[in-house]
Each structure stands twice: as structure tokens, then as C-alpha cells.
Ligand binder design. Structure first.
Ligand code: ZN
Length: 369
């Protein structure tokens, strides 16, 4: 593992049954067995090594038994590299129409058709195992912000109890080459985060995620919690900040020693015509691009930038063509995956801090034009 000298950034690798993953890594989000507007071929071409799947969504539609009967999630969606599955905890708390939490698990109504379901921590592991996930996540309660101390403390204890049960279920039928990550909760209370970390470390998980962040708290609070929690995590295990984020957020987290990221931002922004470059964002609908013959980013080697002008991409976007979503998504994911590669190289050379400052300094060029 390579370590940066000026920050806590580190570069390493994660070995899965579906290939090696170089960290720090960005994982495109494929919630419904699809990274929106991207074929698996497109994902490989931009350098993707691992994607995110979602137990909650796939359990409700098309159903875990169906996917398992067709060979598991890799086979079903024809994805040959690694898959990390979210346990569904976050989605149950953010999407389900009704939920009732007990020590046993969660009763909830589907956001799709209102049907009633019960998922226990053990069920969540069984679901992720049936999907054929490489990296499984424990089932946790993700509480909204703000949460009072008493609620946050009780929820944190519930999350620890559920993590133990997830681990037992995982170890009972362990599949070689897979990993189970714990999720640290505790809202914005540092002592709860510390307590949660200590309890989860005793259980010796394969990796540790920080959950319950970017749920409405001020951004400085998010980073206070990350700076407070990350140093308490084992050096030799991967660290994952769930749902983060924007390129500038990724730099900040990498500087705190975080290794793994996922976010819908590159794909969602692509569909909304917001394109990332090293010189800042290009809002493709802007009329200044109407006759612009240049690619989104002249330094970018993605399929979109090698073949199409801003003028054409603007036209596709303004016409509501599906191809706009495809070409924009290819560019944004290529940007994210290449950014991570450059971050890893900078860490290995001991130049991460300088690369970070240089990135920030050049981010406003497009908006200043
Ligand atoms: Zn490009």
C-alpha cells in the first residue's frame, strides 16, 4: 500500500472473486441491475472495476429468486467484474412508503406497489448472497438529520446488534472470495461514532463503511465526522464513504484515508446535461455551445470526446435524444474513473496534495469563460 506524505491518502488494492480493484476507487451505481445508459462494454471501456447493485430494488423487482435462477446478478446483467451490493437499509428508510422497525428487522411497504414486506438482517445477507455479490454490506438503520441524541444512540445500538447477526449469517454459509463490510452509524455525535466503531472493530469485518452522512447535515459536519472516525479504522482494511460524491468531496475524503466511493452524480448529471472536466463543469444546453466544434474536453480520451462536438451534444440534449444520455454518461464516468486513476498515481508518487490543489485551482475555468 502506498501512502501520501502530506495527507492520510493511501493507494492499495482489493482482491475479489471477480478481479482486482485498485483503490481509491469510484463505483458507478447500477441500482436496478443497470448503470443507467451504459452497457457493460461501455463500463469496461471507461475502466470500471466494480459497480454497485442494490438489494432493496432487486428484491422488489424482478425478485431475488428470479435473478438467482438465471445464474445470479453477474450473469443476469452480463457483468464480469466485481459487484458491491447495498443491503437495502438506506433505501428502506428513504424510499419505502411505511416502515416499522423492531429488534427483529423492518416491516415496510414497497415504494412500487405498496405491498408489505419484512426483512431481517439475516434476510438481507441471504438476498445479497443469492444475488452473488462480491462485497456485501450489513443491514443498518440510516437515520435522517437531525436526530436527537437518544434516538441516534438507540439506533446505533440496533445497527451494532444487526451487524453481529449479519456476520453470523454471512459466516454460516460463507462463499469464498466474498467480503462483508460493516457500516458505522451514530449521526453527527462523535462519541457515538467512536463507540460504534469500537464495537464493530471487535467483530473484525472485511471492511468498514461510514453511513448516515450527506443526509442533510452541513457539509463541514460531514467532514468533521469523517476526520474523527477514519483514523480509528484498521490500516489494513478498506474504508468506504457511502453516497459520496462530487469530485471535490472525493479529494477531501481520499485525503482522510478513504478508499471507496459511490454516487449517482456522474450518471444523473450526465442525463441532465452537466458534464465534468478538469476545467470545471460544462452545461451542455448553454447557447454558447450551439456552434462549438470542440469536444467536451480536448484532453479527454473517452469515446464521446474522441468523436463528437459540443455542438452535436447540445443538439442531442435539446432534442431529448436518448443518445445524449448515453454519450454524456460515457464521458462523465470516464472522467470519474480517470480521476481516480490520477489520484492513485499521485498518491504513489507522493504528489496527491499538489494534484488536489491543482484540481481545485483549475475547476472554475469554464464558468469564467
Ligand atoms: Zn470525454
Amino acid at each position: 500500500m502506498a501512502k501520501d506524505l502530506k495527507t492520510k491518502a493511501r493507494a492499495g488494492e482489493l482482491v475479489t472473486a471477480h478481479g482486482k480493484v485498485m483503490t481509491p476507487v469510484f463505483m458507478p451505481v447500477g441500482t436496478q441491475a443497470s448503470v443507467k445508459a451504459m452497457t457493460p462494454e461501455d463500463l469496461y471501456k471507461v475502466g470500471t472495476e466494480v459497480i454497485l447493485g442494490n438489494a432493496y430494488h432487486l428484491y422488489l423487482r424482478p425478485g431475488v429468486e428470479l435473478i438467482a435462477s438465471l445464474g445470479g446478478l453477474h450473469e443476469f446483467m452480463n457483468w464480469k467484474s466485481a459487484i458491491l451490493t447495498d443491503s437495502g437499509g438506506f433505501q428502506i428508510f428513504s424510499l419505502a412508503r411505511m416502515r416499522d422497525i423492531t429488534d427483529e428487522g423492518v416491516i415496510f411497504r414497497s415504494h412500487l406497489d405498496g405491498s408489505k414486506h419484512f426483512i431481517s438482517p439475516e434476510d438481507s445477507i441471504r438476498i445479497q448472497r443469492s444475488l452473488g455479490s462480491d462485497i456485501l454490506m450489513v443491514f443498518d438503520e440510516c437515520i435522517p438529520h437531525p436526530a436527537n441524541y437518544e434516538y441516534a444512540e438507540n439506533s446505533m445500538k440496533l445497527t451494532i446488534n444487526w451487524a453481529k447477526r449479519c456476520l453470523e449469517e454471512y459466516q454460516t454459509n460463507k462463499k469464498e472470495g466474498t467480503a462483508l463490510f460493516a457500516i458505522i452509524q451514530g449521526s453527527t455525535y462523535k462519541d457515538l461514532r467512536t463507540q460504534c466503531t469500537e464495537e464493530l472493530l471487535k467483530l473484525n469485518f472485511d471492511g468498514y463503511a461510514l453511513g448516515g452522512l450527506m443526509v442533510g447535515e452541513p457539509v463541514e459536519t460531514t467532514y468533521e465526522i469523517i476526520s474523527h472516525t477514519a483514523p480509528g479504522l484498521p490500516e489494513d482494511k478498506p474504508r468506504y464513504t457511502m453516497g459520496i460524491g462530487l469530485p471535490e468531496d472525493i479529494f477531501r475524503c481520499v485525503a482522510e484515508g478513504v478508499d471507496m466511493f459511490d454516487c449517482v452524480v456522474p450518471t444523473r448529471n450526465a442525463r441532465n446535461g452537466c458534464l465534468f472536466t478538469h476545467k470545471g463543469k460544462v452545461i451542455i444546453k448553454n447557447s454558447k455551445y450551439t456552434k462549438d466544434p470542440h469536444p467536451i474536453d480536448s484532453d479527454c480520451e473517452c469515446y464521446t470526446c474522441q468523436n463528437f462536438s459540443r455542438a452535436y451534444l447540445r443538439h442531442l440534449f435539446m432534442s431529448g435524444e436518448i443518445l445524449a444520455c448515453i454519450l454524456n454518461s460515457i464521458h462523465n464516468l470516464h472522467f470519474y474513473i480517470q480521476l481516480m486513476k490520477k489520484i492513485r498515481q499521485a498518491i504513489q508518487k507522493g504528489e496527491f496534495f499538489d494534484y488536489w490543489q491543482c484540481f481545485l485551482a483549475t475547476q472554475n475555468e469554464h464558468s469564467m469563460n
